[in-house]
Design a protein around this ligand. Structure first.
Ligand code: NDP
Ligand SMILES: O=C(O)C1=N[C@H](C(=O)O)C[C@H](O)C1
Length: 234
């Protein structure tokens, strides 16, 4: 497969190595100020860029008939527009806040636990995410997905907030520590005990492998998909 990498930073470079090892060719890498490029030479594009440009990158792919996988976080206010454009152009698109197999299993565990805890009002929930100091957005896209899944499966919670607690609110603490690839912890605490679940990424390989697997999966399909479709879980 011919792959375009939109964003050639930490993730773009990790994806490049995994894609080459799986027999693919990187035909284009796009970074800041690379404006004039022909996306149509790629069979599929993988966007791991920055929040302010992700929607433009995705639109450019969809407008040119190139399937696109996006892992960029922090741009979700435009997600519905991306879905509408994909449908209009009969294109193919996946956004996932986290492409790793481990986190996608963790997402399912979180939903099950949220459902189990819904009748146990003595427990307060809280979430913590830890990432490296170059991260531009907070809370992480993964933390937002986890919080939204708790809200969807447990009627005791209606919203999440960064660094604040409140009624029916899931408080999220975002910590930035050098070189941490990504740690997410969810805690349910009562007066007598604590239940916690945690996912710790040891490096970026899991995210990158998931993105390449999603790119392999989407070619030849049309529609808006999720990692649950790719991994056949959930
Ligand atoms: N969904 C998932 O599984 C994961 C998602 N992420 C997300 O992916 C994104 C990238 O992460 P990471 O690689 O660590 O970040 P980096 O900062 O290392 O890389 C981002 C790259 O995007 C480049 N860029 C800037 N402007 C543009 C543009 N107009 N078009 C294309 N690229 C551009 C930057 O270039 P320059 O440095 O020159 O500005 C930089 O090289 C983040 O949003 C992060 O949250 C990360 C890991 C996993
Ligand atoms: O910026 C990162 O590094 C990561 N971002 C994603 C997020 O915001 O959830 C996924 C992963 O945790 C690494």
């Amino acid at each position: 497969m011919n792959i375009a990498l939109l964003g050639y930073g930490k993730m773009g470079k990790t994806i490049e190595q995994i894609a080459i090892n799986r027999g693919h060719k990187i035909v284009l890498t796009v970074d800041k100020d690379d404006d004039n490029y022909d996306i149509t030479k790629a069979d599929v594009a993988i966007d791991f860029s920055i929040p302010t440009v992700a929607f433009n990158n995705i639109s450019n792919c969809l407008n040119n008939g190139v399937p696109v996988i996006s892992g960029t976080t922090g741009w979700l206010e435009h997600y519905d527009k991306a879905v509408a454009l994909c449908e209009e152009k009969k294109g193919a698109f996946i956004y996932a806040s986290n492409y790793s197999l481990g986190v996608n299993i963790f997402f399912e565990l979180n939903k099950t636990l949220a459902k189990m805890m819904s009748t146990l009002k003595q427990y307060n929930v809280s979430m913590e995410e830890i990432h490296h100091t170059q991260k531009l957005d907070a809370p992480s896209g993964t933390a937002i997905s986890l919080a939204n899944d708790i809200i969807a499966h447990n009627s005791n919670f209606e919203k999440w907030q960064l660094d604040e607690s409140g009624e029916k609110t899931i408080p999220i603490v975002a910590k930035r520590i050098a070189d941490v690839p990504g740690t997410h912890t969810i805690k349910y605490e009562s007066e007598v005990d604590t239940i916690s679940i945690e996912h710790i990424a040891h490096n970026r390989q899991g995210f990158a492998l998931g993105a390449v697997v999603a790119a392999e999966w989407i070619v030849g399909k049309s529609g808006v998909f999720s990692m649950n479709d790719v991994l056949n879980i959930g």
